[in-house]
Design a protein. Structure first.
Length: 350
């Protein structure tokens, strides 16, 4: 199950200020009567009706709707509301993974025994968020994370979309390729220039040609276009682990810098693991974009190690898909977990 709040920042403002109800609310940079720089973070659905969207220049939003309510981003407030919502959601999940400030994956495959039961649970979750926080969310339910996330976005606001295994292909076929997480604007344009517009186009495209164009990502795109996704829900760091994070001085899209930062963090983390007498098996990276969307991805090795290279190689690989977007990166983190105590190697003589 994937849960995503509707018009999150704007909805929090609307709830705190009943006097704004029904008006277009735009959260983001100061419009300064039309001469402001910067962009729209988000806006409510009344503003979306007028054509305003996230990431649009604020000056353009002003042109479309000078009579709207313009508010600065109060990130601290949204984060407080977010953490209360995440606490509510977590209680319904067997396994829980927060993805961004307003979205999370819930593994409910143990708690529920059918898609009908999962749907019923989703209704309960929607009511709980409405009753306790006065906010509306959309929920997607599917056989895996990929499908659930696309489904939650399908009928916003206040959506509830259930996609069973046997209707995955039919559901995905007509959708634009950019609905697939990891396919950003640039990749979408390259796909379009190859005549690939819908997920259906991608699914029926020759995989060898995709591989030539995008390397191993071509194969991954092809798998995703068929609704295949075996990635697991990554629980927050519950087990003991060692980690280091780095916030860039300025948000960056310099891939070389991001990779070398990850590599340096790996060196430090591996050294700390070794110093404390442990081996690690699980490597996790976290990446936060300029808009605070945050992703974590892990891989568990088949062997335990304290070697920095054993951390670096998978960390760099896990990072790759997150560098395909146009968004700038704010923060990266490397974590080593699934620790085991290091047993000193005995020599033959001893
Ligand atoms: P989203 O879930 O993408 O957007 P949303 O919740 O505003 O609207 P929707 O109903 O379509 O889900 O992002 C969550 C919050 O992240 C959003 O409220 C504001 C912030 N954000 C930005 O600051 N910049 C952006 O470009 C986007 C997309 C979101
Ligand atoms: Mg949202």
């Amino acid at each position: 199950m994937h849960v995503d709040l509707d018009a999150f920042f704007a909805a929090v403002e609307e709830k705190n200020h009943p006097e704004y109800k029904g008006k277009p609310i735009i959260v983001g940079a100061d419009p300064k009567q039309g001469s402001g720089r910067g962009v729209v973070s988000t806006c409510n659905y009344a503003a979306r009706k007028l054509g305003i969207r996230s990431a649009m220049p604020i000056s353009r939003a002003w042109k479309l709707c000078p009579q709207g309510v313009y508010l600065p981003v109060n990130y601290e407030l949204y984060e407080q509301v977010s953490s209360r919502i995440m606490r509510i959601l977590r209680a319904y999940a067997d396994k829980f993974e927060q993805l961004g400030i307003d979205e999370a994956f819930l593994d409910v495959s143990q708690t529920t025994s059918s898609f009908e039961e999962a749907e019923e649970l989703a209704r309960k979750i929607k009511s709980a968020i409405r009753d306790e926080e006065g906010l509306i969310c959309s929920v997607g339910i599917g056989p895996n994370k990929l499908v659930a996330k696309i489904a939650s976005d399908h009928r916003k606001p206040d959506g509830l979309t259930v996609i069973r295994e046997d209707s995955v292909k039919q559901f995905l076929r007509p959708l634009s390729v950019e609905k697939i997480g990891g396919i950003g604007k640039k990749t979408k344009e390259r796909l379009n220039s190859m005549g690939i517009r819908t997920i259906g186009d991608l699914a029926s495209y020759d995989v060898t040609r995709l591989r030539k164009a995008f390397g191993s990502w071509g194969e991954e795109f092809h798998r995703m276009s068929q609704g295949i996704d075996e990635s697991e829900i990554v629980e927050e760091w519950v087990t003991k682990s060692y980690s280091r994070e780095h916030t860039f001085q300025e948000d960056t899209s310099d891939k070389g810098l991001i990779q070398s930062t990850i590599s340096d963090l790996c060196t430090d983390v591996a050294a700390e693991v070794a110093r404390n007498g442990f081996f690690f098996r699980t490597v996790t990276i976290k990446i936060r974009y300029e808009d605070f969307e945050t992703h974590t991805h892990s891989r568990t090795l088949s062997f335990a190690s304290a070697n920095p290279e054993a951390l670096k190689a998978p960390a760099i690989k896990l990072l790759e898909p997150f560098l395909l977007t146009d968004k700038k990166v704010r923060l990266v983190e490397v974590r080593a977990s699934s620790l085991s105590e290091r047993i000193e190697q005995r020599t033959l003589e001893s």
